[in-house]
Ligand binder design. Structure first.
Ligand code: 5GP
Ligand code: ZN
Length: 114
């Protein structure tokens, strides 16, 4: 867990462009943006991914969703819209094993989901 990239971002060991933070969640700009706006929302607690959410509290899971909506509004995406993506495991090409929601927006996105 101490080797986790996103845990190091939360602790400040690895720098990031902070977008939003509260007691349970942290949001920051993706280092390799795939849209004009590309933000990652993560729990401060190390949760590996979707396969681990069964063990997490409803409070934390709901909080992550609410943070994504707050961040999207804060970044001016509410009117134009946005997409939330969360990859789980190898077929989805999850590369960082710390739960994260991608917020993508700022342009009309591809009509394809996969
Ligand atoms: P995944 O592929 O696991 O769904 O998403 C991981 C995301 O983390 C990718 O979009 C990637 O660009 C982003 N990422 C990887 N390393 C870093 C980093 O050091 N800093 C930031 N801000 N984003 C990162
Ligand atoms: Zn972690």
């Amino acid at each position: 867990m101490n080797d986790c990239l996103f845990c190091k971002i939360i602790s400040g060991e690895i720098p990031s462009k902070k977008i939003y933070e509260d007691d349970l969640t942290y949001a920051f700009a993706d280092i390799a943006p795939q849209a004009p706006v590309h933000i990652l929302v993560i729990p401060k607690k190390h949760v590996t991914g979707w396969s681990a959410v069964m063990g997490e509290s409803d409070e934390l899971l709901a909080h992550l969703m609410r943070t994504a909506a707050i961040v999207a509004k804060q970044e001016g995406l509410e009117e134009t819209g946005y997409r939330i993506v969360s990859n789980c495991g190898p077929d989805a090409r999850q590369t960082v094993p710390h739960f994260h929601l991608h917020i993508l927006g700022g342009k009309e996105l591809s009509e394809k989901m996969a």
